[in-house]
Design a binder for this molecule. Structure first.
Ligand SMILES: C[S@@+](CC[C@H](N)C(=O)[O-])C[C@H]1O[C@@H](n2cnc3c(N)ncnc32)[C@H](O)[C@@H]1O
Length: 451
């Protein structure tokens, strides 16, 4: 492997950046990969696996370190703590890397970062871990919160919330699923595009393409190095989007000629699918809070070549009188805690708190209140989040139904057989990772009274 040492240093710098600047992990990792595009695929893969894995397993890695170290991870200097976490991840999960190399590189890195006097500590802790990792006793199911939290590296706050709502078996399935590699899912554009040619183009560029569940136009991609380098992507034939997000647009039952309003649209996944579903007729207005977000939508619109969609900057919490009662369909895909996508963005779990969730619920209700007013009599409101748990989902729907002229309408006509039943006939669906074959997601279809 070329630049063997540097990839570890790069990983260390990325992890420190995450801690210091509180930035989102996928953005930090993507920026590094973009900068080092020229590196061999295996080096990039090593960097990605090491960073993502170390972040995903942080609680478990700290448990192992604290099992052997006299100094608790919370008391360690951040640089040393991250060096140890990255190293223990390699020892525990990366079989192809010899432990001796991991320890030596960690010691060198500690020295290089100015911790010459602590190199003995790093060396001692890691050598012990490498020798005795098999002796670590982890909590078991008799203490379910400790067990789920440590063994699946999930903060206790979330474990408690989910145990309460979903029970032990489903909570374990959810936690386990978050640690599994997530496939990249794309939607193949249906309007003005040949699906066969698109898949052929991907395969010609060495991409492995396989069918994703639930929807005909959803596909998994793997084996590629750089998404922007794929012709099908550059030509706007494919859009990266999880199946759960596509299902929310299906739930809207959009028809050609509809006026669709997407209040929280960036980067435009649902808006573009809505535009695709209408073909050449109808119009989607895709709004988002900041100019930067609107630019992201605009880039995707231009790449896809869609003509029946416009992007606009607007704060969804501010009431826009010009839209009152105008939309056939309003999509309120609101900002949320994102617990359903922890498998793709592991840093979300470490930011989870009761207070941030309460603030989000307040924001969601302000947006929902305006969204409800924009729907035409007889029109449709789809409320969705990429989170799991009733606080931001069912509770918000009940809140809306208690004060507005809406009723839930069955989702079954819009879903494949596999997703029918459960709560779908009642008009809402909570998709759970590990139970369903997609990210965690919530959607509800609400019909406004005719007048
Ligand atoms: C779940 S994401 C939307 C994903 C998008 N619907 C898609 O499918 O690609 C939520 C979005 O809400 C936006 N947002 C947050 N607060 C907002 C507000 N007050 N007004 C409008 N958009 C807001 C965020 O910028 C973010 O892009």
């Amino acid at each position: 492997m070329t630049n063997y040492v540097n990839m570890r240093e790069l990983a260390l710098e990325s992890m420190l950046k995450l801690q210091k600047e509180g930035r989102q992990s996928h953005t930090v990792f993507r920026k590094v990969l973009e900068k080092y595009q020229y590196l061999p695929k295996q080096d990039r893969a090593f960097y990605t696996r090491l960073c993502e894995g170390t972040l995903e397993y942080r609680i478990l890695l700290d448990y192992v370190i604290n099992y052997f170290s006299k100094v608790h991870t919370e008391k360690m200097k951040p640089v040393l703590r991250e060096i140890l976490r990255l190293s223990v991840y390699q020892i525990k999960y990366m079989d192809g890397v010899p432990d001796s190399a991991v320890v030596n590189e960690a010691v060198k890195l500690a020295q290089k970062k100015g911790f010459y006097q602590l190199k003995g500590f790093v060396n001692g802790v890691l050598r012990t871990i490498s020798r005795e990792i098999g002796q670590v006793r982890y909590p078991d199911w008799k203490t379910p919160v400790d067990y789920l939290s440590v063994c699946y590296s999930m903060p206790e706050y979330l474990v408690n919330q989910w145990l309460d709502q979903f029970g032990f078996v489903d909570t374990e399935a959810i936690c386990q699923s978050f640690l599994e590699t997530k496939p990249m899912t794309v939607r193949v554009r249906q309007t003005g595009n040949s699906e066969e040619e698109t898949l052929e183009s991907l395969r010609k560029q060495g991409v492995t393409v396989s069918k994703a569940p639930y929807l005909d136009y959803a596909w998994y991609l793997s084996g590629y190095n750089y998404l922007n380098g794929l012709d099908a992507f550059a030509e706007g034939r494919i859009q990266v989007q999880d199946v759960s997000s596509m299902l929310a647009v299906e739930a809207a039952g959009i028809r050609p000629g509809d006026r669709v309003l997407d209040l929280c649209a960036a980067p435009g996944g649902k808006s573009l699918l809505a535009a695709d579903k209408m073909g050449l007729y109808g119009h989607v207005e895709a709004r988002d809070l900041t100019l930067h977000k609107v630019e992201l939508i605009q880039e995707n619109i231009e790449r896809s070549g869609a003509i029946n969609i416009t992007a606009r900057q607007a704060d969804a919490t501010e009431f826009d009188r010009s839209l009152e009662g105008k939309a056939d369909v309003v999509l309120a895909d609101v900002p949320c805690s994102g617990y359903g996508v922890i498998g793709r963005k592991p840093d979300i779990k470490y930011r989870a708190s009761a207070q941030s969730q309460r603030e989000l619920v307040r924001l969601q209700r302000r947006i929902l209140e305006n969204a409800a007013a924009y729907v035409k009599p007889g029109g449709i409101l789809v409320y969705s989040t990429c989170t799991i748990g009733r606080e931001e989902n069912q509770d918000n729907i009940e809140w809306l139904l208690s004060g507005k002229p809406f009723r839930l309408e069955s989702l079954e006509p819009y879903l494949c057989r596999e997703l029918q039943g459960g709560t779908a006939p009642e008009g809402y669906l909570q998709l759970l990772p590990g139970i369903h074959k997609c990210d965690g997601f919530f959607m509800a279809r609400l019909k406004k009274a005719k007048g």
